[in-house]
Each structure stands twice: as structure tokens, then as C-alpha cells.
Design a protein around this ligand. Structure first.
Ligand SMILES: Nc1nc2c(ncn2[C@@H]2O[C@H](COP(=O)(O)OP(=O)(O)OP(=O)(O)O)[C@@H](O)[C@H]2O)c(=O)[nH]1
Ligand SMILES: [Mg+2]
Length: 271
């Protein structure tokens, strides 16, 4: 049995920390706000034992929607990346995969109003998954969209593909992302993308991107360069996409990125 204390300001972030450290079956033993710092403090364990139950009366399964979660601001995750890199498909996987947000109340927010059919693609996934969908057309819509999805615990944001010609549009998208202030922004990069292109995207997007999300690893499973580029730019990799099936073809990357880059070739057998 492992029992740990986690502190932070956002309940959703703490949940993620707890799950990362103790696994998906982790149980919250107590939640309190510390009088000294005003931060949230969570005591969690990886298993419920008689000893735990006796020592802490308040046992909350991590997947239940506690009052603390209900009142917390939704965790906002946005995907950005080149045209056709898998943003919309990956959002649908994230909303439904049990290792991602499959057990949370998820809402979709689409900023992709440029391409004909883009919102419909996400709407189809939203209908299938019974997930609410909001669409923001301009910066002024963002606050209302967030308000409409305020009851969700996670908001997944879809953005238009980013080609070299869409520079002006992308400024509008950046302004919308600034307004939305996401907790995480993942750059989706197909594994077979030209290395220089990956590097120039990361150099250009810079601090706006918090993570790299490799996609299409099934198409080039021995190609490790996307992980190498992510490591070189100090961007963590939390998930990777390994095929077209929603939500099955999503993998959580738990290992150290460099170690992972070294042995992905052998892991490819398991894809
Ligand atoms: N083989 C493979 N195909 C994928 C993967 N992820 C997405 N795709 C496919 O790639 C194509 C484009 O996926 P989308 O999710 O529409 O990509 P997008 O980034 O949203 O595209 P735009 O919105 O046009 O920029 C679709 O046919 C997906 O099924 C993957 O991991 N492996
Ligand atoms: Mg898309």
C-alpha cells in the first residue's frame, strides 16, 4: 500500500497528479484546504484497506464527482497542429479513453470554423459520446463558451489545421487560445513529419505549447524523432496516437521520454 499527500491549487490537477502517481484505481482519503497557505491538500492511496478506512473516515473514490470537483473550474486541454495531424480524432479518443478523460464529464469546444465540415466531424464524435459541444467563432465568443461548459470537469478544445498559408487565421486562433487560457496545449505531430518542420513549429509556437502529442505512430512505429524533438524542446509527452480507432488507439506515455525513444522500436510489436 502506498499513501501520499498532494498539494496544489486546482482539484482537477491534483486528481491527475494522484492518478499519475498511484494509478487509475487510486482513492482519495481526505481533501482539505490548508489554513496556512489556502492550498488544497489531498491524501490518497492506491488501495482501500481496513487500516486506511479506520485511520481516515472520509473515503472518496477518485472517479466520483465530489463537491470539490463540481465547484472547480474545468481543466482545459487544447490540441494544435498541422492540417490532418489527428487533432479532432485524438480529442475524441481523449474524451472516451479510460486512461485519459473517459471517466470525467467532458465537453468539446471547437474553434475550427474555417474548414467546411470541421465542426460536423467533431459534432459526430460529440453525439456518439454524448458529450456537449460548443463552437466559438471569434474571441468574443470564448467566455460564453466556457460559461456554457462550466459544469464539465474537462474541456477539450479543437483548433483548425495549421498550414503555412494560414498565418493570419492562426493569429485569431492564438488570440482565442489566450482568452481560453488552457491548462495544457498539445502540439499533435505525426511521427513521420519532417524533422525540420517539427522543429520550426515548436520554435515558432514556443511557450504556447506545453506538450507534444505524437500521432500516426502505427504508420512509422520505429521512427523516434518526434520523441527526440519533444525532449530537445523540453516538452513532455503524455499521450500518443497509434491508429485510427476511437478511442482504442491512444496510449498513455508513462515512461521517461528518452528511455521511451530508445525502446519504442521494441514496443512497436505491441501496437
Ligand atoms: N494511421 C493513423 N491515422 C490517424 C491517426 N490519428 C488520426 N488519423 C487519421 O488522420 C486523418 C486526419 O485526422 P483528423 O483528426 O481529422 O486530423 P485534424 O488534425 O483534425 O485535421 P484538420 O482539422 O483538417 O487539421 C483521419 O483520417 C484520421 O482517422 C493515427 O494515430 N494513425
Ligand atoms: Mg480537425
Amino acid at each position: 500500500m502506498s499513501r501520499e499527500i498532494f498539494t496544489g491549487t486546482k482539484m482537477n490537477e491534483l486528481f491527475l497528479q494522484v492518478q499519475d502517481a498511484l494509478g487509475p484505481d487510486a482513492v482519495l482519503l481526505s481533501v482539505r484546504r490548508t489554513p496556512e497557505s489556502g492550498e488544497l491538500e489531498v491524501v490518497a492511496t492506491d488501495s482501500i484497506t481496513a487500516e486506511n478506512l479506520l485511520s481516515e473516515p472520509e473515503v472518496l473514490p477518485i472517479s466520483s464527482e465530489t463537491p470539490a470537483v463540481a465547484s472547480a473550474k474545468p481543466y482545459v486541454v487544447a490540441l494544435v497542429g498541422p492540417t490532418g495531424s489527428g487533432k479532432t480524432t485524438t480529442l475524441a479518443k481523449l474524451a472516451n479513453h479510460k486512461q485519459a478523460y473517459g471517466h470525467r464529464r467532458v465537453g468539446f469546444l471547437s474553434l475550427d470554423t474555417y474548414r467546411v465540415g470541421a465542426v460536423d466531424q467533431l459534432r459526430a464524435f460529440a453525439d456518439l459520446s454524448q458529450v456537449p459541444l460548443e463552437v466559438a467563432y471569434e474571441v468574443g465568443d470564448c467566455a460564453q463558451s466556457l460559461q456554457s461548459l462550466a459544469d464539465q470537469s474537462v474541456i477539450l478544445v479543437d483548433t483548425p489545421g495549421r498550414g503555412p498559408r494560414e498565418r493570419q487565421d492562426s493569429e485569431v486562433i492564438q488570440a482565442m487560445l489566450t482568452e481560453l487560457n488552457p491548462d495544457e496545449v498539445h502540439l499533435t505531430l505525426p511521427a513521420n513529419t519532417d524533422r525540420e518542420h517539427m522543429e520550426s513549429l515548436l520554435a515558432e509556437l514556443g511557450p504556447r505549447v506545453s506538450h507534444v502529442l505524437p500521432t500516426k505512430l502505427d504508420e512509422s512505429p520505429t521512427n523516434t524523432q518526434v520523441f527526440e524533438v519533444a525532449a530537445a524542446f523540453h516538452r513532455p509527452v503524455k499521450w500518443m496516437a497509434v491508429g485510427q480507432r476511437v478511442p482504442l488507439d491512444l496510449r498513455e506515455v508513462r515512461k521517461n521520454q528518452r528511455a521511451f525513444a530508445e525502446d519504442i522500436a521494441s514496443m512497436a510489436v505491441g501496437f
